[in-house]
Structures are given as C-alpha cells and as structure tokens.
Design a protein around this ligand. Sequence first.
Ligand code: TRP
Length: 447
Amino acid sequence: MKENRAQFATRLGVIATTVGSAVGLGNIWRFPYETGVHGGGAFLLIYVGFIFIIGVPVICAEFIMGRSTRSNIFGAFRALHGRPQWAWIGYMGILASILILSFYSVVAGWTVEYFVQSVTGTLASLDAGSRHEAFDMFCTGWKPVMWTLVFLAVNAVILLRGVKGGIERVSNVLMPVLFVILIIFCINSLLMPGASEGLAFLFRPDFSKVDSGVLLGALGQAFFSLSLGLGTMLTYASYFSDRTPLVKSAVVTSALDTCVAVLAGVIIFPAVFTFGAEPSAGPKLVFEILPDIFHRLPWGALWSSLFFFLLFLASLTSTISMSEIGIAFFCEQFGLTRKKATLLNCLIAMVLGTLCALSFGPLRDMTVFGLTVFDLFDYVSSNILLPLGGMMISIFVGWFVDRGILRTQLRGTGSIKEWILRVIVFCLRYVAPAGIALVSLSGLGVI
Ligand code: TRP
C-alpha cells in the first residue's frame, strides 16, 4: 500500500465526490432523452431495477478493488490477481473513459453556450420557433468546437490542482445547490398544463414498448449514470480512507443519482407535452425544452443563467472523475508526472471531441454502421464497453478475489451483517454477469 497517496478528507467529501461523479449530464441530459426515445415509464422501471440489482453490487466491487489496492484499474487487477490476462479490461476502461470524455465535453460545451446566451439575454429575446432554429444553427456550425475545447481546458486546469484542492472543494459546495434548484424547477413543471400527460408518460409503464433495445438502453444508462464499468469508482475508492463504509456509500450514491435523474424527468416531460414537442427527439431534446421552461418563469434569464452554470459545474465534476482514470493510469503505469499525464489525456480528448462536435454539422455524413462519430462513441462506450467492463469486474471480484479481502473491505472499521455480504457476493457471481450478458447479447442482436 502506498502511504503517501492522496485521500479524501471527510465522510461528506466522499459522498459529495462520488455523487459529483455520478450526477451530471447523464442524469439531466441523457436520462430524459433515453427515456423519451425508449417510450417512457417501462424504461424508467427497468432502469431503476438495473441500478439496484446490478449497479449497486458492481459499485461495491469497484470500491473493493480500489480501496484494497490503492491503485488505478490496471494496477488493481494486477495487485489482486497478478496474471496479465485481466489487463485488457484496464485498457478497455481507459479507452471508454476517453471516448466518453470526448462526446460528453461537446454537450458540456452546449451548456456553456446556453449559459452565455442566458447572461447576455439572447436566449430570452427569441421566441420558441426561432430559438429552436438558432440552436440547430449553433449545433451544426463550428462554434461547438470552441466550447468543447474551452470546457476541456477548464477541466485540465482543475485537475492540475490535485485531488483535495480541486475536486473535493468544488463538489462539496455545489451539488446541494443543484439539488435545490432542480426541486424548484420540478414544482414549476408540475404546475404546467401538460403535467399529467408528462407524468403519465414517465411513470405509467407500457410494457408493450419493451424490446431488447429498450433493455440494453436501460442497462447502458444505468452504467453511464453511475459512472460504472471503467474504473471511475474504483479510482475514487483508492482515495477513500479505511473508515469509509463501502456498501452504504454505494447505496447512497445510487439513490441520490436516481433521484436526480427522476427529478430531471419530472422537469422535462410535463414541459414536453405542454409545448407539444416530441419526447423521442434524441440528444437535442433537453436543450430545446429547457429554454421554453425558463421563458415561462419570472426572471427567466436569471434562472437559466444559474441553471446552466450549475449544469456546467455538474458536468465538470463528472469529467474530472472520467479524466482521473486515464491520468492515474499514465502516472502510475508510465511514470509520467501528473501534469504531463493530465495534458496528454486532455489533448487526446480535444482531438476526438472536435470530431464529435462537428458530427452534428460538417461531419454529419461521416458515419460508421449508420452512426455519426458522436452517436458511435456514445453507443459503443455506454452500451458495450461499460456493461462489459462491469461484467468482468463483477466476475473478477465475485470469483477471483479472496473472500477475506471482500469481508475486510466491506466491513471497514465497522461491521457488516453476514447476509449482506452473501447477497452482494451472489449478485457479483451470478446475477450481474448473467443479467448483463443476456441483455447485451440480445440488445446487440446476437441472441
Ligand atoms: N455518471 C456521469 C453522468 O451521469 C458521467 C460519468 C462520469 C461517467 N464518469 C463516468 C460515465 C465514468 C461512465 C463512466 O453524467
């Protein structure tokens, strides 16, 4: 164990940071759009089921690997098993983290544009029709490239300040503020004329809409939203103190993350039905609907500036966690300094992010399997790499890691009931791997 590795200072810091990683565009942008595309209520129900049956055990597995080895994903596999055949999962995690960072930064860049437009009053001055047109023009142009690069640069600057000074301080303060704002917006949406239709869409499951694509979408969203499957939670757990209770932290993180996603749904869908929009509009859905919501509010420009600023920060706490995987890897495996590792990670994401940013406009026709670069990166990482990584992590911890290590880690300095340990091991050995395999293979059309 490396004694001089950084550690999170407080209990609250641990929760705030893992929640800070989990809560981000995945909840507020991706969840409503995926729910819309996949038909509403049934998707939500399946998603929540996956979070608790598969997500929580897999977070525990990542926590165990991270804290017991105090290492990045790559070193963790080696320290616990020593055989080189697990190394590819580490490489896969690093690949996925960079793909996600690239397309995620594009959407984070959109929030920056909206923030600027809110502050300058441009957003408020347009009517709904011209606002949608303006957003389309923006997305298809070159400006998103600029914001993607700005966002990645800010991300790098915060990372260069290190774990305690940067990550922890930022998330401690801002996550609770975001939560309060979301609740206020929820109340506003519940007062809209389309509220009952929106809530019915979100909460009334219609199982006739469920097919293997819906299942895979829900699984991918669960992994994406919990920052799971590529070693983010593993890397963060390597900074936990020995006193942090792992199971409790996993449950609290998942519950809060799910709450934020549901709140985002309650904000968006009543508005979708009030304004006569299409719930299945895809990645642009939330960005077209939100300004319409703010427009109806008194002091709309103020609300929208505040909201987009917080969304920008929530995205930052998520991208910081994603980048941390690659950085810890470059540092500890190649012996690069933290500064060089950060810059390298950021540069790769800048190149790939530029391609993603342009894939709504100039590079629209550059497609693989009919998907643009942006959609391809999203699909491959969320629906393939994350579930596969999660499956391997759960198999590894369930079958190959010594039960004594599991018990010590899960118990921490407190105690753990034997049945909880058994349930977690059972999920890791059988439920999670089988569930992920079935959903993925059928979703990808293999079975
Ligand atoms: N969970 C974050 C969100 O919902 C995104 C994220 C951060 C992530 N780190 C990750 C997704 C690692 C997958 C893997 O916005």
